[in-house]
Design a protein around this ligand. Sequence first.
Ligand code: C5P
Length: 231
Amino acid sequence: MLLVKGKVKSVYKPGNEPKSVFIEYHDKITAGNGEKEDYPVGKGSLCCQISSILFDKLEEFGIKTHYIRQIGPNKMLCKELDILPLEVIVRNRAAGSIVKTTTIQEGQPIIPAIVEFFLKDDSKQDPLLTRDRVKLMGIDPMPLVEQASNINEYLLNIFNLIGFDLIDFKIEFGVDAHGELYLADEISPDSMRLWDKNTQSKYDKDLFRNDEGDIVPAYRTILSKLQSTFI
Ligand code: C5P
């Protein structure tokens, strides 16, 4: 049964697995709040496989994630959670919206990394939230900041080992029936910026956003480097 049809993924409720969902990653990419879209062949499976490896590694480091196992090239079984209506963004260097909306220059290091909250609501254009506003929404931001910072440390190391600078990334969290916090959604080059350590070339969705190249070979490079280093 289809539960949620997102822009590039669908969430289904399997008949035989209580408290679980399966997430299907589509061969689709969008940008600009869905204004721009394309259907790159193989992209769903690349994002699913990259996310699976990263969720697995984060679990090894003690981060609770919704990931249970991969059940097909572009499908993963996950815990069923209530997803918080927040996009949590961690920035190690300036790029994207922080450059567009401040005086900060692209590429400027952000040390220590910052954790920002955006409302997850396309109809309101996902506005930047203050931590006070997050509290008023009934969500304590501090455990999210702490988890996001820990996840950042692990991801920085993982990508450093395969030769990439992790510029920034977006994550989402969900809670189970006991109020336990889990990392949810996906972690892939669709939701992060990755620059080659030597050349500073982009290996992420900015290639599509800015018409700067084909994402499929870039995502394939990330997957094969993760596979050869961590599997
Ligand atoms: O848009 P902005 O530059 O703030 O994005 C920061 C990071 O969060 C980027 O890696 C971007 O790909 C990711 N992001 C996302 N989904 C959004 C907004 C941002 O994955 N809706």
